[in-house]
Design a binder for this molecule. Structure first.
Ligand SMILES: Nc1ncnc2c1ncn2[C@@H]1O[C@H](COP(=O)(O)OP(=O)(O)OP(=O)(O)O)[C@@H](O)[C@H]1O
Length: 256
């Protein structure tokens, strides 16, 4: 779906030449310390900033050759700055710019536990509620036409969903609900999901692939088990870390 061939930025904020690919049905977590270049990389993957070296191909053709209108139906980005400018109702905002029937959007709002907020003004929501509204809007962008209201249980999505720190404002339960939803969707649909995550345990639990960035360079790319090496992470994050084995699956913990 998305292929990077030695793609990078020479001008600050820099990204060292990077090669890799993202396939449908994958959930990719981009992790790394503050300032590592995660949001900058997401801008390159989304086509909002063209690489200054190398190439990025999307669905077999250069990302730069896609028109914004074409891209909008197959790639959706929720950046850290995504916030509604006007006080639309939740339903009006998530329905903006596409012809997805209301009943279908309602299904997406249910997935993200915000259906009860559909008539509320978006500027009067809590941070975590608003974050889920912006993700619902992005999912609506990727609904595959044609969809009829009665087919909402067979809702089809495809394309590339890029989310910058989608769990940053969510409580524990909502983090789990969102990550489960993204994982199930990427497994069931020809959808690739790329999330910038600070929580390495979420990356370990839910991602198929982890890309570890530091100082604009991708240091490792692979399965969570391959990439999330505790010694490497302790060094990169300048933190004292250990795996805690009390749970069913090991959790990364800060040493006291
Ligand atoms: N417009 C810019 N010009 C120059 N440097 C920039 C610009 N925007 C960001 N930077 C710098 O580039 C580096 C990477 O920024 P980026 O936002 O991609 O990091 P990040 O990994 O997403 O960080 P965080 O986890 O804190 O959100 C940072 O050091 C940042 O200060």
């Amino acid at each position: 779906m998305l292929k990077l061939n030695q793609a990078g930025f020479v001008q600050p904020p820099q990204i060292q030449p990077l090669s890799g690919s993202i396939q449908p049905h994958q959930l990719v977590a981009i992790v790394g310390p503050n300032g590592a270049g995660k949001s900058t990389l997401l801008q390159m993957l989304s086509g909002f900033r063209a690489p200054e070296q190398g190439d990025v191909d999307f669905q077999g053709r250069p990302l730069a050759a896609w028109s914004s209108a074409e891209l909008a139906t197959q790639r959706a980005l929720v950046s850290q700055q995504s916030a509604p400018v006007f006080d639309w109702s939740v339903m009006d905002l998530v329905s903006l710019g596409h012809a997805v029937p209301r009943e279908v959007m309602l299904t997406i709002l249910h997935w993200l536990d915000i259906a009860h907020l559909q008539q509320r003004g978006v500027q009067r929501l809590s941070g975590g509620e608003r974050q889920r509204v912006m993700i619902a809007r992005a999912l609506g962008q990727l609904v595959t036409a044609p969809v009829t209201p009665c087919a909402s249980s067979m809702l089809a999505l495809s394309g590339l969903l890029l989310l910058d720190e989608p769990t940053s404002a969510l409580d524990l339960g909502q983090q789990q609900r969102l990550m489960r939803c993204l994982r199930q969707l990427s497994q069931a649909q020809p959808l690739a999901v790329v999330c910038v995550l600070h929580d390495l345990n979420l990356a370990a639990r839910y991602a198929d692939q982890v890309w570890l960035l530091d100082q604009g360079q991708c240091l490792a790319m692979g399965s969570p088990a391959e990439v999330l090496d505790v010694e490497r992470l302790s060094q990169i994050y300048h933190a004292d870390l250990e795996w805690s084995h009390h749970a069913d699956a090991p959790l990364l913990a800060l040493k006291t």
